[in-house]
Design a binder for this molecule. Structure first.
Ligand SMILES: Nc1ncnc2c1ncn2[C@@H]1O[C@H](COP(=O)(O)OP(=O)(O)OP(=O)(O)O)[C@@H](O)[C@H]1O
Ligand SMILES: [Mg+2]
Length: 317
């Protein structure tokens, strides 16, 4: 797992409740302890990084530990900011005669479902492209799998959307329709669309740059998380995103007694074997179930040592 710390961008994903935030936080702490400058970004609307570190995070970059800076991205705020930027751009492009109507349309669009997702992706992309010059490592703690998979498809979806808009704009220009500022050369709307497309391409390239960006799948040794992670690994691979590690969290310790424990452990062994078989091509790491839930620096430090310490990838026995 120490190899994970050689990446510049890491995503932590997986089924709800398996320990994504816990593992992303412990990994961020491990990297900071090695002297790296780390940015930990929480993108899950139900933020819990503040709770785990017992330090307040905010939508701005805030230092939470020496070398470790955190942000909790606020989707509502980002959506608002996104809409305001679009409105500003429109204000520069249109004449006052149609500006009001254009802005009214945009306000309407801003209530459409999906806008928050686009804005969130925009913000993540911005962090991936611009903050990487400031930090050695940027870690994204993501929302449960489905949401994240949609986010990763965003560059593709948005590119086709922008493509369609540009096409329409070009045909309007060629028909010389009565649209404000048509004919100014270069056309400002086309230029804006082109610029957006370039930015998306940059983010997409980053996502697919295997030695730069990696996706860590967190799961627990149980049926549903195994299935969901296998599907996610496949989707990521199809999208040409590097799956750089499988973290199997909450593995039972071996020194416990009792029938209940033996039964759990037996079932777990079956799933552990299955995980080794099904995820054979990925580095797999096993993280013990703690006696208590994991929050506070002390617990996180313990977990970060498990993650960053020497490990030959063998399952715990
Ligand atoms: N190894 C562990 N031992 C004991 N408790 C753990 C361990 N890993 C995680 N937990 C606990 O499990 C709970 C869920 O963890 P966490 O919030 O990291 O999951 P998540 O995948 O981020 O959840 P969500 O999908 O809601 O974002 C927390 O209470 C956490 O303290
Ligand atoms: Mg979480």
């Amino acid at each position: 797992m120490r190899d994970l710390l050689k990446k510049r961008i890491l995503f932590f994903g997986g089924k709800g409740g398996v320990g994504k935030t816990t593992c992303a936080s412990a990994m961020a702490l491990a990297a900071a302890k090695q002297g790296k400058r780390v940015l930990l970004v929480s993108t899950d609307p139900a933020h819990s990084t503040s709770d785990i570190f017992e330090r307040p995070f905010s939508k701005e970059e805030t230092e939470i530990y020496p070398g470790l800076v955190g942000i909790e991205v606020d989707a509502d705020y980002e959506a608002r900011r996104y809409i305001d930027t679009v409105k500003e751009q429109i204000a520069r492009l249109f004449s006052p005669s149609i500006l009001k109507e254009a802005q009214r349309q945009i306000e309407l669009v801003s209530t459409m479902p999906g806008v928050e997702e686009v804005a969130l992706f925009d913000r993540m992309g911005e962090l991936m492209v611009t903050r990487i010059d400031v930090y050695d490592l940027v870690i994204f703690d993501t929302a449960p799998t489905g949401h994240t998979m949609r986010l990763l498809r965003m560059p593709e979806l948005m590119s086709s959307w922008i493509e369609a808009l540009s096409k329409r704009r070009r045909s309007l220009i060629s028909f010389g329709q009565n649209i404000d500022k048509v004919g100014s050369d270069p056309d400002p709307i086309l230029t804006t669309l082109e610029r957006r497309k370039e930015k998306l391409e940059q983010v997409r390239a980053r996502l697919m740059q295997h030695n730069f960006t990696g996706f860590v799948l967190v799961l627990v040794p149980e049926r549903l998380p195994i299935e969901e992670s296998a599907r996610a690994a496949e989707t990521l691979q199809d999208a040409n995103v590097n799956v750089c590690g499988i973290l199997v969290n909450r593995v039972l310790p071996e020194n416990l007694q009792g029938e209940f424990y033996q039964a759990r452990r037996q079932q777990e062994q079956k799933y552990r074997d299955e995980i080794q078989r099904r995820f054979a091509k990925y580095p797999v790491e096993w993280i013990l179930q703690f006696e208590t839930d994991v929050y506070g620096l002390k617990n996180l430090e313990r977990l970060s040592e498990m993650l960053a310490g020497p490990n030959d990838g063998a399952p715990l026995r």
